[in-house]
Design a protein around this ligand. Sequence first.
Ligand SMILES: [Zn+2]
Length: 869
Amino acid sequence: MSESLRYQPQAIEEHWQRHWQTLGAGDTPPEAAGGRKPFYALSMFPYPSGNLHMGHVRNYVITDVIARVQRMRGHNVLHPMGWDAFGLPAENAAIERGVDPGAWTDRNIASMRAQLQRLGLSIDWDREVATCHSDYYRWTQWLFLQFLDSGLAYQKEATVNWDPVDQTVLANEQVDSEGRSWRSGALVEKRKLRQWFLKITAYASQLLDDLPKLEGWPERVRTMQANWIGRSTGAEISFPVVDADGADTAERITVFTTRPDTIFGASYVVLAPEHPLVAVLTTADQSTPVASFCDLVSRQSEQERTADDKPKRGVPIGARVRNPANGELIPLWIADYVLADYGTGAVMGVPAHDQRDFLFARQYGLPVRQVIRPVAGDEQSCAGSAWTEAGVLIHSGRFDGLASDEARGAITAAAAAEGWGQARTTFRLRDWLISRQRYWGCPIPVIHCDSCGVVPVPAEQLPVELPRDVAFSGKGGSPLAQLESWWRVACPCCGSPARRETDTMDTFMCSSWYFLRYSDPHNTALPFSRALVDSWLPVDQYVGGIEHAILHLLYSRFFTKVLRDRGLLGFDEPFTRLLTQGMVQGITYKNPNTGRYIAPAEIADPADPRDPATGEALEVFYEKMSKSKHNGVDPAVVIDRYGADTARMFILFKAPPEKDLEWDDADVEGQFRFLQRLCRLVESAVARGLSLATPTDPAMDPAGLTPVDRELRRAVHTAIAAVSEDLEGDLQFNTAVAELMKLSNAMGEHLAGASAPVACEALRSLLLLLAPFAPHLAEELWMQLGGAGSSIHGQSWPAVDTTALVRDTVPLVIQVKGKVRGNLEVPADADRATLEKLALESDIAAKWLEGRAPSRVIVVPGRLVNLVP
Ligand SMILES: [Zn+2]
């Protein structure tokens, strides 16, 4: 290889990135310019940690390929980027290092933007948003006021994690598995504080019922959302509390059950330890065990209380209730597995037909009474466990003999008629707690006045800006609450002294509408105009990690539906198609005895990896890249060494986009060599004097072409058809890259022998197909060959000429007595008689028939001939 053939990506990539910037290649055309259809390609925006990792690279490269292909297909493409920029890391940096969270975040954004730009992404940077900038969060506040005005934002007491040493609220992820604060190490307490909620439960049915419409989403994401929303239909049943003599009192305990057919088997009722009636109903002799049990439970997390593999604990509170179905008096308990803010905070215990109740009853000696008989008649079936399947009712009075499915309706109807119950649908989904006692978040724009109550900050006074002169100690609650000069304000209604809300919003609020803002990012009168948001949205293709399958996507869907109902936009769902890309995994070395992770650089012999400290043999496996496991690969290092195009090609080629990807240096090298081969191919074409400036006849007559020309054209148009198909529907970038490699092999074989027009057509098509994947090199080679326009990325996607796909000859399978004995190349247009003749004259027939004439010949045109002796 001569010196001139060396592929030097660094110089090429910088050059073309500057060129594209001058051209405004990533700029968004007006949504309907030129009568073209708009296409919105969106990546989930990152948190600006300051460091771009391979997971980001994979995400944004996938979206970039989609955006580039759609532009070449003639769409007006919106491909924006922004920053999910509020959150704890910036505040922690402020506490630990005394830096200003805003300045820290802006520095990280600048650094990550520069890292992103090296990837050659066709992003419209003019539409960049950062959720921590007041020109964005002004509108997050404005949207919050829309929720408040709709009655969908409200305050109520809720249990929070309270650090008694630092005097502050902690997020769940700041409490370790032993229930201690990550900072102070103190045992975290549960405290009731007044918190802001959004009433997402008001949209639970819609969020569930619209899931089947999302046909462009992965099935598993839809299932995860459906499970999270968790609709159950059943009945609400009231159990009257009885006095010491067994007579009904005025108190009722209401439970929700999906199995009203089992009501005759209820042998106890359980309240959450936090249920308000516990204090009222506990009898004197049970008050001590009840108090100590409540104390114990208050230290447990919700997960610990409800985990399937943890034994359930409880105590009776001494009171009894009456089972309204059969009049039986049954005991009232409290137990850890019942949560106060879930459902009614009370459940009925039916040990014979619920496994958790079964285990609980067995542990505490509560009666187990079977009321559903399996249809097969085996009454022994619930001896060792609960019978939770359908069956026939027994021991259920007037309902005996009914099928359990039928009995649900019949018993619910009877309960409604007699006033002790009613049909009810409930959801697992709970309202969204959005307030945080933190500084680095979007301030909640309300003012508390003693006379007027909660007063929204008037829209013209937005944004409520975060103050910059704040002391960060990490103690004593939110820094905002300690800044009296900031929170002491006059009430906008009555003018009397009032207090600004000092809570800030959950960052998920900021990320629930950023995709709407991109449609109209510079609007200073509204978060976005109705016309622009309706013309660009819903997002045609959203790409991001599966870790956002539930909350971010659910909250964004909720926002969209609320804003639709406020008349601010005109669609039901924000994201038409969703691709959840797999993780990027790195090779990981671990000492199985010490659990220590070893950096690959410390391994002396990769063929026999050993712990450099102890000499012990190491485990080798692939795992998600992370600092602590020393298995990460820095994108900048890969780009420095091979260029962005190779990194892009490798990431796209190594695995289907939704599958996990194992980083492999040898395969990166392989993609680099492939791009090098393309350089040589073009180099030899240029040496031969070929130029893309020469016009080619678009409708090449196959009759006038040589066999080599026909062979090459078939390879070219097969590749166009295959790559086009891979980039639609399932987005199989890996097989698309494989097709490009196949095409380059065919060109290596036939290009030199092909006529100039056919060779030029092949080169043009190859570069156009390559352009979305390796945009810099495609541009470089396009220009070297004298390609049209100021950029290859302004060209149209190549079209398939189906006449070129026709083969001159096709392989014909020759069978003898049904057994495959060989293949024959035959003219593609041969008729039955010709095929039979060719088969009989073949060497295969001579060998296997040994001179005898066959008794029968079966011809399947285009496929096979079977000779039966
Ligand atoms: Zn007032």
